[in-house]
Design a protein around this ligand. Structure first.
Ligand SMILES: [Mg+2]
Length: 125
């Protein structure tokens, strides 16, 4: 490897480690091998979720609530691994974040089918 090639390499953080909590680093070119695998895992989660729950809300607020539920679960794992490290793992963060990506994908799939209607409301005293 010459100096130019060496200089073009950039370190990119990766959370793919299944056995270590600390970040490890991979060469940028290794990402090209890693990303397709990640995309296939997100797609597998998407298909699993669609098989289990084929219906998706037509109301965009209900649909987005599903995305935010997964966001909350992923955030909980990140917080626990940070402040209560015995209660979570990198793998659990990864699993929840893949679920979040799959639900964000489902939300996007229906963008042209949502009915944006205001909810019934009532006055509070
Ligand atoms: Mg989840």
């Amino acid at each position: 490897m010459n100096d130019t090639e060496q200089n073009e390499k950039r370190w990119i953080p990766s959370l793919v480690s299944q056995h270590h909590r600390q970040l490890h680093w991979v060469w940028k070119e290794e990402i090209s091998e890693w990303l397709p695998s990640l995309h296939s895992e997100i797609d597998a989660e998407l298909q699993r979720a669609k098989s289990k729950f084929p219906d998706w809300p037509t109301d965009p607020i209900h649909a987005f609530a599903i995305v935010t539920e997964e966001f909350g679960e992923a955030a909980k794992e990140v917080l626990q691994l940070t402040y209560e490290p015995k209660k979570s793992t990198i793998e659990r963060i990864r699993t929840e974040t893949i679920q979040l990506a799959a639900m964000a994908h489902r939300f996007l799939e229906s963008l042209d089918r949502y009915e944006f209607k205001p909810s019934a409301q009532h006055e509070q005293q």
